[in-house]
Design a protein around this ligand. Structure first.
Ligand code: GLN
Length: 506
């Protein structure tokens, strides 16, 4: 291999567009890396090798004919398996969707093709994106490339681990309560949740429709920004898609933080359960922004303490309604029964795993007559308070800074029997989803055991550009990050810790 597994996405696209590299070679190298290490990691549920080869040949043919294939020309991209891909199984890591082949592509998948990217496969996730460790997948867990005995985070664990291990320079995930940022932090890569409505949800299998957003994973902030720019924009097929043109993020990389007002959020950094190592890294990140010219001050937003309970009423309520469509008639699995109701019950009993059933029960309860106002209604009111609290904070600050997750990667099995402990993994990421705002996680050094730590930059709605500018400064200032122990050969062999793993050396 010639090092494709460590090359930034933008460098691949540049070389392919100039005809210095061929997309078919790039894709072969990544397919070889997947074949070599994914057996031990479990990032992919489906590798679309033939399609990827065909697509790469088309990209090369366009270059040969003097046409520009687009800003992501020839870049391999891994796609979370809750995004519809025409004719390619889309399972949401659930038995209930086994055998289902979507008749259409998600808008983001169409946009990837329009930008010249090459989809190499569908990645593992917690069933229906419900979880924080990728252990609730019906098809087995994904392992963390930094330590295969540990989880990659979730629910987009397959996408995060694939990017960390050098199996794809870019990946798509979805973030309802932290499912891009939390696994990005645990795997030592960049993950971004865009403003609600900037990226189309058409073809994203719905979990909690008022919270779900699609977003990028990459090994550098510049690559994540490029992927965001390729997928963002109005889509008439998504009724919640914004008509405003979202701000381009690519140009913001390198614009610096001079004069920027940064608020260090007490509740998302000092909260009980946040590891001392993680707190220390957040403090160092704050110092790095200050030395780069920002003004950093602590800010307390007490309302954020009730974000987690509000989310765990609202998200299951929406999920219980969205998942009603899996009835044994329209999709995938069917288990026959005595009559339609019996068939429906048997199908759902066999098709859904324990966590999905738990969410459906919680959500149905929260929405039931007599409890609706006390639970669902109250949680909606809390959501409004959180939006107002953020609005006040953004009167004084341009961006906010916090931990992405309370802890670094935990051991496989450590939290599977304790849903509450699992839910607490998202305490720092959930408030953003309730507000509909953007936020991203950037690798910032390691804990005492050498595991990656992520710090989170939060911004007001449509504040992606300023968020990316701050994230790029943090990336440049970040302490060394360890290399994954399980990775594409070129990645494990490459240079010193920093740069190869985080893409910091652009
Ligand atoms: N871990 C959170 C949950 O289980 C968030 C999931 C997500 O963002 N998809 O609901």
């Amino acid at each position: 291999m010639s090092g494709a597994a460590t090359t930034p996405a933008l460098a691949i696209a540049d070389a392919v567009r100039r005809r210095e590299r061929r997309a078919v070679e790039v894709v072969e190298e990544h397919l070889a890396a997947i074949a070599e290490v994914d057996g031990g990691l479990g990032c992919f549920l489906e590798v679309t090798a033939d399609q990827a080869r065909r697509r790469a040949a088309e990209v090369d043919a366009a270059v040969d004919a003097g046409r520009d294939p687009g800003p992501l020309a020839g870049v391999p991209v891994a796609v979370k398996d809750n995004l519809c891909t025409q004719g390619v199984p889309t399972t949401c890591a659930s038995r209930i969707l086994q055998g289902w082949h979507p008749p259409y592509d998600a808008t983001v998948v169409t946009r990837l093709a329009g930008a010249g990217a090459v989809v190499v496969g569908k990645t593992n996730l917690d069933e229906f994106a419900m979880g924080s460790s990728t252990e609730s997948s019906a098809f087995g867990p994904t392992r963390n490339p930094h330590d295969p005995e540990r989880v990659p985070g979730g629910s987009s664990g397959g996408s995060a681990a694939a990017v960390a291990a050098g199996l794809a320079p870019l990946a798509l995930g979805s973030d309802t309560g932290g499912s891009i940022r939390q696994p990005a932090a645990l795997c030592g890569v960049v993950g971004m949740k865009p403003t609600y409505g900037t990226v189309s949800r058409y073809g994203l299998v719905a979990f909690a429709s008022s919270l779900d957003q699609v977003g990028p994973f990459a090994r550098s902030v510049a690559d994540a920004a490029a992927l965001y720019d390729a997928i963002a924009g109005h889509d008439p097929c998504d009724s919640t898609s914004l008509h405003q043109v979202p701000p381009a993020c690519g140009p913001a990389v390198g614009s610096g933080v001079g004069g920027l007002r940064v608020g260090l959020v007490t509740e998302l950094t000092e909260a009980e359960g946040v590891q001392a190592d993680v707190r220390r890294r957040v403090a160092e990140a704050a110092e790095a922004l200050a030395s780069a010219g920002a003004t950093v001050d602590p800010v307390s937003i007490p309302e954020l303490r009730v974000a987690l309970p509000a989310y765990y009423l609202l998200a299951p309520a929406e999920a219980s309604s969205n998942l009603a469509r899996y009835d044994g008639v329209r999709y995938g699995l069917r288990v026959d029964g005595d009559d339609v109701a019996d068939m429906n019950a048997r199908t759902r009993e066999a098709g859904f795993g324990a966590e999905v059933k738990r969410r459906i029960l919680l959500g149905t309860y929260a929405l039931s007559a007599g409890y609706y106002d006390a639970y669902y209604g109250q949680a909606q009111r809390v959501r409004t308070l959180i939006i107002q609290a953020f609005r006040r904070a953004y009167e004084d600050f341009d961006v906010l800074l916090s931990a992405t997750t309370p802890s670094t990667a935990f051991r496989l099995g450590e939290k599977v029997d304790d849903p509450l402990a699992m839910y607490l993994s998202d305490v720092c990421t959930i408030p953003t989803n309730l507000a509909g705002h953007p936020a991203m996680s950037v690798p910032f050094g390691t804990d005492g055991a050498g595991l990656p730590v992520g710090v989170q930059v939060l911004a007001p709605a449509l504040g992606e550009a300023v968020m990316v500018a701050a994230a790029a400064v943090l990336e440049q200032a970040a302490p060394p990050t360890s290399l994954p122990t399980v990775a594409a050969p070129t990645l494990t062999g490459a240079g010193t810790g920093r740069g190869a793993a985080t893409g910091g050396a652009r």
